[in-house]
Design a protein around this ligand. Structure first.
Ligand code: ATP
Ligand code: MG
Length: 496
């Protein structure tokens, strides 16, 4: 079928090189699907009848990727930087046509042959929308399974009988849901029935593969719909069963949604704001322990959830460990869940409370914690924070994180002063420190041990009354400076 897509030069150069070498070369999989949808592909895959060694011989800057025969061809003109606008063009994956034989363990083919044809290669692919190939030179689409029609109708449908295909590799069950969330496509009826029927087979799938599909659902534009579909298809039980405890779990008076829907709405807000993965997962899990900690209070005539933050932090860590997320990620998410309640009472929040939060989650995560809080609010159906209150929060966090103006900044301390002067511990030491500090505030260049020692000796010779006056003036100056810095932060945020 004739079709014209716009393909970047960096990609067509690779297929042309293969063709000049006497081989066939087609774009295949997700990139063709996305070209068809008019969406920029996330990555580019090429399939060819060249063998791995033959591919490598044509491209000096290439590397052998894995046991599937994939060769990564490097476009050297593009810098190795994930934020580069052309980042997705840097490494082009070129894979020989694969022909798969029997599957006996529900996940890997027993044998992969590289002597197949393009048709064989398309046949082993999961869904019709992913089983379309495109030849750039001939502008020709190869579509033996009706992938084009499927894309037009926004339908997810397996290549061949769904039960056979899920029997071969159960991960495809979860991929169906993932693509539905990512692309906004519907899973076709027969495929859908098989998804439900084969969901339990996910037990046999490596946690890392589940994690990668789960991550793509969370990073999609519609993660809420994705999780709902995971639940309806009974896939969720095999990925994050704890979340299901929130189904039908009624909350206290402030809440209009059950725990399940509240968690999902919080997650969706994080996606609407394009926040990163750890914030999204924390939003999804922040109340995961509510069902486990729920108790009826006769006194309050309402439900209570004491400790759900602490238990939730621990539960989140366990769940993410099971899915083999990296350590740092697990730690970040569980801290966000553990401390998500901190910002809840804005009217009463004090600077020292904010300092405690910063100490608990660390300065890198404190802004993310604010965002998880925003997800929690929106997930409750509450209005957005007023811009003023939000700015006030931000200002308080910055004030709390600022290094205080203190005599600790001096290159000389009380112990050294006593050593140099023979003074005993007394208010005189504080007066000397504050006097020195005032001088250093005026002229930071004076902050050297040598100068300060010299000045200390002169100050120690003063009468107590003189020294007290100097010291108190220094202290006042320090407080002024402190006010000035705090004032500058508040001014920056436009708050009082
Ligand atoms: P994305 O845009 O998310 O990269 P994609 O379709 O490229 O989507 P990948 O996971 O990168 O998805 O896989 C590339 C292609 O490899 C798919 O389009 C599909 O043809 C094939 N494929 C990947 N995983 C499987 C699988 N488990 N079973 C069958 N085919 C698969
Ligand atoms: Mg891909």
């Amino acid at each position: 079928m004739a079709k014209q897509f716009t393909v970047p030069d960096e990609i067509s150069r690779v297929t042309e090189t293969l063709e000049r070498g006497g081989f066939e070369a087609y774009l295949v999989g997700g990139c063709v699907r996305d070209l068809y949808r008019g969406v920029p592909p996330k990555d580019w895959d090429i399939t060819t009848n060249a063998k791995p060694e033959e591919i490598q011989a044509l491209f000096p800057h290439s590397f052998y990727e894995n046991d599937y025969g994939t060769v990564g061809v490097v476009n050297e003109g593009i810098p190795e930087n994930p934020n580069d606008p052309k980042a997705s063009l840097r490494v082009v994956e070129v894979t020989p046509y694969r022909k798969e034989t029997t599957y006996s363990n529900f996940r890997h083919p027993d044998k992969v042959d590289f002597d197949g044809t393009l048709e064989d290669d398309l046949m082993r692919r999961d869904f019709t929308m992913n089983a379309v190939a495109y030849n750039i030179t001939k502008r020709r689409l190869v579509d033996p399974y009706g992938g084009e029609k499927g894309i037009e109708r926004k339908l997810i449908k397996t290549v061949g009988k769904p039960e056979d295909r899920f029997n071969e590799d159960a991960l495809r069950v979860m991929r169906a849901v993932r693509f539905s969330a990512e692309l906004g496509f519907t899973i076709e009826k027969e495929t859908m029935d098989a998804v439900v029927k084969f969901a339990h087979r996910l037990e046999k799938i490596a946690a890392e593969r589940l994690r990668d599909e789960f991550t793509k659902i969370i990073m999609s534009e519609r993660p809420m719909g994705g999780i709902v579909l995971l639940q309806k298809t009974e896939v969720l039980k095999h990925v994050l069963p704890e979340l299901e405890e929130g189904l039908g779990c009624e909350q206290n008076g402030d809440h209009i949604y059950h725990v399940w829907e509240h968690n999902l709405r919080a997650l969706q807000h994080s996606a609407d704001r394009r926040w990163p993965l750890h914030v999204r997962v924390a939003a999804l899990l922040h109340d995961v322990a509510k069902p486990a900690t729920r108790k009826w209070s006769d006194e309050k005539k309402d439900w209570t959830f004491y400790g759900h933050d602490v238990v939730g932090g621990r539960m989140s860590a366990k769940m993410l460990e099971r899915l083999k997320f990296p350590r740092k990620f697990i730690d970040d998410v569980s801290l966000l869940v553990r401390y998500h309640l901190f910002f809840s009472d804005i009217e009463k929040i004090t600077l020292s409370a904010v300092r405690r939060i910063v100490a608990n989650v660390g300065p890198e995560l404190v802004w993310d914690l604010m965002n998880v809080r925003a997800c929690d609010r929106i997930g409750m159906g509450r209005p957005k924070e007023t811009p003023y209150r939000l700015r006030k929060y931000h200002s308080m966090i910055e004030e709390a994180m600022r290094a205080p103006v203190s005599v600790g900044m001096l290159k000389l301390d009380g112990a050294k002063i006593m050593e140099a002067t023979g003074e005993k511990p007394s208010p005189r030491i504080g007066w000397i420190l504050h006097t020195l500090f005032e001088e250093v505030l005026e002229d930071p260049q004076l902050n050297t041990e040598e100068y300060l020692l010299k000045r200390t000796k002169a100050l120690a010779a003063l009468l107590p009354e003189e020294l007290r006056k100097l010291g108190e003036a220094g202290k006042e100056k320090k407080e002024e400076k402190e006010q000035e810095e705090v004032g500058a932060i508040r001014k920056k945020y436009g708050v009082k």
